[in-house]
Design a protein. Structure first.
Length: 172
C-alpha cells in the first residue's frame, strides 16, 4: 500500500473504519467528494488486507476536523513524522511501548522500599523485553507480545520484593 493513502482519504473528508473484517468509508463533508476520491477509493480496495491490519490497530481513521472537534485542545505529544509514514508508525509504537514500560516501572518503584536491584532473573526478563520491543518495531512482533514481556518482567521483580514464604512484618 502506498504510504499516505489513508491520510489522503482522511484529509479530503473520508472516515475509514472496520465493520467486522470489512473496510467501510464514509464521506463526512457537505456536497460530493472531489474527483480524485474515486482513484483513492480504488487504491483502497486493491490493498484491503493491509488496510484491515492497520485499522485493527486503531479501528478508525477520521478527517482531522472530526478528530480536532472530539479531542481536547491540549496536545500531549505530536509525532514529528508525516501522518501515515513508516517512521510515524514506528515512532507511535515506540511511544506506546515506553508508556507501558514506564507504567510497570512506576508500580514497582512504589512497592520496592530498598531501591532497584537486579538479579539474573530480572536481567533476563529485561533482555526479553528489549528483544520483543525490537521485533515489534521491525513489524515482526505484536504490541500484545511486548505488553506480556513487560508483565513477566514486573512479576519477576515482584517475586524478588516479596519472595514466597517470607512474611511481611506488621506494624501497629
Amino acid at each position: 500500500m502506498r504510504s499516505g493513502l489513508l491520510s489522503d482519504l482522511a484529509s479530503i473528508g473520508y472516515e475509514i473504519f472496520l465493520e467486522g473484517n470489512n473496510v467501510r468509508y464514509r464521506y463526512q463533508k457537505a456536497g460530493n467528494p472531489p474527483d480524485k476520491a474515486e482513484r483513492l477509493i480504488e487504491e483502497l480496495r486493491n490493498c484491503k488486507a493491509e488496510v484491515v491490519n492497520i485499522l485493527k490497530m486503531g479501528n478508525t481513521i477520521a478527517p482531522m476536523e472530526i478528530i480536532e472537534s472530539e479531542t481536547p485542545s491540549q496536545t500531549i505529544w505530536k509525532n514529528p513524522f508525516p501522518i501515515g509514514s513508516i517512521e510515524a508508525r514506528r515512532e507511535s509504537l515506540h511511544q506506546v511501548m515506553m508508556a507501558v514500560w514506564e507504567k510497570a516501572f512506576d508500580s514497582i518503584a512504589e512497592i520496592w522500599p530498598r531501591g532497584f536491584v537486579s538479579t539474573q532473573e530480572i536481567h533476563a526478563a529485561e533482555i526479553e523485553v528489549e528483544r520483543v520491543q525490537a521485533l515489534v518495531l521491525s513489524g515482526k512482533g505484536k504490541l500484545a507480545d511486548f505488553r506480556e514481556a513487560v508483565e513477566v518482567w514486573e512479576r519477576t521483580i515482584k517475586k524478588e520484593v516479596n519472595p514466597p514464604g517470607l512474611e511481611k512484618k506488621k506494624s501497629i
